[in-house]
Structure formats: C-alpha cells, structure tokens
Write a protein that binds this ligand. Structure first.
Ligand code: FUL
Length: 475
C-alpha cells in the first residue's frame, strides 16, 4: 500500500493542464441559431437566414468577462444544430448564408480579436453531435469534423482549450455517429499542443453535473478509466428536460480517495472543471431576464469550485442583439468587485511561520508567503503529518484563508485542520480534506494573531506553496 500511495503522490499535471488550471475562472458563451429560435437544442433544419444579431459587439462580451475577473472565453463555434459561427469551407450551414454582415462575417474571428485585445485566452467548443450535416453517422462525418477542427485550430492563433460535449444523439438521417476520438485528439495535439481537451477528452474532467457543484474532495489524481468518453456520454445523456441543470450527480462522489484509487490499474492527472450557466438555460431566452443567478449564488459556486481544486466555467448567453444582457453585465461586475476587494489585501504581509519540519533551506516555510506558486515548503520525504504555526504582524479580523499545494510535485494533502489562538488556547476554525491547486477556506469572522495549520494526513509528503489570509467584503 505504501508503495502505491507513494506512486499516487508522484502523478503530476502536464504543462498544458497547469496553464489551464491557473486560469481558474473563464466564460462559456452559448450563441448561435438557438438564440434566434428561442431553443436550447436546435433541430438542425433551421434557416441560416434567421441568424442576424443587430448590434453584435465582441468587445462588450470581453469587457463583461473581465469585469467579473475571468481569464478566458470558450465560444460555441458550432452547437448540436450544426450551424457554424465561422465561414467554414466544408459546409453551407454557417454565417456565410446569413444576413449578418451580408454573409461576409466571421464571428469566431471577431471574438478572437476582442479576446486578444482584452487579454483573455480563447477556447473552442465544437459539438461532435451535429443534427444538420448529412454525413453524420458515416465515416465521412469524422473527416468533416477533423477538417473543421483544422480550420479553427489553424486560422485563429493560440487556443487554450477544445471543449468536447458529452451530449450525443442521432443525426438528421437517424444514424448515430461512431466518433473518431483518437483522430480528433491527434489533430488538436498537432496544431495546438498547448490546448487542453476538456470533458470528452484526456485533459480536463467534467465535474459530473451542470448545477455548479463539485465534490468536497475533488481529487486531480484519479483512475485512468474516468477518461472513457463513452461513459461520459452515458452520464450526460439526459433529455433536454430543463431539470438536468438543477440535478447534482451524486454518483461517484468519491473518485480519488485512498479507498477509491486502491486497486486502480493506472492513475492519471485529470482535474475537474465546474460548468454552469448564469441563467437557467445555456442559450438566451427573454423569459429568463429576471432569472440571472444572484451574487450570493455565483460567489458560492466560485468559492466551492476555484476554491475546491476545480476551475469555474460560467456560461453567459448573449441575446438577439448579440450583446450580453444588462442584468447579466451588472451581476458580473458585482461579482468581480467582491472578488477584487476581498482578495486585494493579504493579511500575511510581515507574517512569520514555523514548521514542525522542513526539508531544506530551499523549501523554507517562508516560501508560503512569497506570492510565488512555484516555490514551496515541504518536510522530509516520507513525513506525512506536519504543522505550521503562523504569527501575523498583529491581530487581524479575517474570515477567509487560501491554501495552495505545489501541484507540479503532485497532489498529496488528504486531511487538514486550521485553528486560531484565543486567550492562550487553540480553537478550531475549519477542517477540510484536500487542497490541490487551491483551497479557499471560509468561516465566520474571527480576530486573531496566531493561526495553526495541521496536516493530519497526506501522501508521502505534503507541499504548501501559499498561505494567505483575507477578510471578505461580502457575506
Ligand atoms: C450540454 C449540451 O447539450 C448543452 O446544450 C450545453 O451546450 C452544455 C454545456 O452541454 O451537454
């Protein structure tokens, strides 16, 4: 067992996974023919003539994302209805046969340009399920799909993510497609080696629901069979019943604990992403203008996902004007304001720490305060329990602590507890299982100077790259 856990502790992210993880929070944009037909899933027989945003402005999208503190944007270049937002050479079912920009527009390009200008990374959603294309259900469709990937991954600069949906049904001819996943991945690795392939792909794991929930222990090290696309599809094969977005997938709550990984043939780094929409639907519906998630709901998802070793992919559906609606824009900027003010002042400046054990000077415990994720504290190899005492420069009031492991070394911490000192005795503040890339610990406000982090259980030896203390500006 020890040997097995030691090996589990050595599973590490790829460079592309690490870069993706550091984005933390980014947007999904669902925009297409459904926006104009008021649908969630188009049938594929829609007239491209319906696609005509009257005031489309990609810069407005990017500004809204940035105001919320997002670092990237993934656009539905083609959803299940098969309509393409760029003038693909391989189909007529695209913007080139729409009245928008007299058929000369390229929405992917305009969004990419706005992202580059605004400093956001750009990602591609391309639905493998295509309810329009007559080739669907035959091997020709796989060639078509790969040709479209080539267009998107060649003509628009660096792509941070290719997001493959698990939803899959019949095409226009009643046939189901056998997807050439390996062939798709090959094209992506060839053209965009820095891009992660998400959900139906090997790099980023779907958290298993669309309600914005993640597990209490969202392990990044899990059994390799979780990468199986067929299983992902089975799980996401729910009718478009509107209920799915609210349901939490309670199956497989435990993916990465010792019990869960014991006996696994192979372990992989396969970190989770939480995806949900700012409104009930993925596409825009006027009837949902007053159903934008509250600031409290969004903060809750943010803290649990970004602060729970996941990333947060928040969907924003632009309206028929081609703009993100005023209500959503307002909520996004409120969210960004709370995040910026909360995390603007780290109370560990001039703090002092002592650890029960330290490997060497390079991994001195002061590394947890240096704001550099690449430097870290760790004890000697084989030490699975440790404690760090932190002394702030004076008494402070706080309700939030951010912890980060040095995930380039692996994910190790399995159980921790934080206490603060009150009138000479240690009082429990909070307890958690995993940290991973980031854990945002939240608790009722306390006033204290001395804080103790106890790592009660870890794999082989824990690492810690950050310990930050904040007082939130919104409760
Ligand atoms: C699902 C799709 O069916 C929805 O329309 C949406 O795109 C969501 C992100 O994924 O599987």
């Amino acid at each position: 067992m020890n040997e097995f856990i030691r090996n589990a502790a050595q599973v590490v992210p790829s460079a592309r996974q690490l870069a993706w993880q550091e984005l933390e929070f980014y947007a999904f944009i669902h925009f297409g023919i459904n926006t104009f037909t008021n649908q969630e899933w188009g049938g594929g027989d829609e007239d491209p003539g319906l696609f005509n945003p009257t005031a489309f402005d990609a810069v407005q999208w990017v500004e809204a994302c940035k105001s919320a503190g997002m670092n990237g944007l993934i656009l539905t270049c083609k959803h299940h209805d098969g309509f393409c937002l760029w003038p693909s050479a391989y189909t007529e079912h695209s913007v080139k046969n729409s009245p928008w920009r007299n058929g000369n527009g390229d929405m992917v390009k305009e969004v990419v340009d706005a992202c580059r200008k605004g400093g956001l990374q750009f990602g591609v959603y391309l639905s493998p399920w295509d309810r329009h294309d007559g080739r669907y259900g035959t091997s020709e469709y796989n060639d078509y799909f790969k040709a479209q990937l080539r267009e998107l991954l060649t003509d628009y600069g660096d792509i941070f993510c290719v997001w493959f949906d698990g939803a899959c049904g019949e095409g226009p001819n009643g046939l189901k497609q056998i997807y050439d996943w390996d062939g798709y991945y090959e094209v992506i690795r060839e053209l965009q080696p820095g891009a992660v392939i998400s959900v139906c792909g090997p790099d980023v794991r779907w958290c298993g629901n669309e309600a914005g929930h993640c597990r209490e222990s969202e392990w990044s090290v899990v059994p390799a069979e979780l990468q199986d696309c067929e299983k992902i599809q089975e799980q996401s094969q729910h009718a478009d019943d509107g209920e799915f977005a609210k349901r939490v997938n309670t199956r497989d709550q435990n993916l990465g604990s010792r019990e869960a990984v014991r006996g696994a043939n192979k372990l992989i780094w396969y970190p989770a992403e939480v995806n949900t929409s700012i409104r009930p639907g993925w596409f825009y519906h006027t009837s949902e203008d007053d159903k934008v998630k509250s600031l409290e709901e969004l903060l809750d998802v943010y803290y649990k996902s970004v602060g729970g070793n996941s990333t947060f992919l928040l969907n924003l559906p632009p309206d028929t004007r081609g703009l993100i609606h005023e209500n959503d824009v307002k909520r996004l900027s409120e969210l960004g304001q709370v995040l910026r003010s909360t995390f603007g002042c780290n109370l560990t400046s001039d703090a002092h720490a002592t650890a029960t054990e330290t490997l060497n000077e390079t991994h001195n415990v002061s590394r947890i305060f240096d704001g550099n994720q690449h430097t870290f504290w760790c004890p000697k190899e084989g030490t699975e329990h440790a404690a760090i005492d932190i002394e702030l420069n004076s008494e402070h009031t706080f309700d939030t602590i951010v912890l980060q492991e040095h995930i380039q070394s692996g994910q190790r911490i399995e159980k921790l507890r934080i206490e603060y000192q009150q009138e000479g005795s240690w009082v429990l503040l909070c307890e958690y299982t995993i940290i991973g890339y980031k854990r945002i610990c939240r608790f009722p406000e306390v006033m204290a100077r001395s804080i103790r982090l106890t790592i009660e259980q870890s794999r082989w030896c824990p690492t810690l790259s950050a310990f930050e203390v904040y007082r939130s500006t919104h409760n």
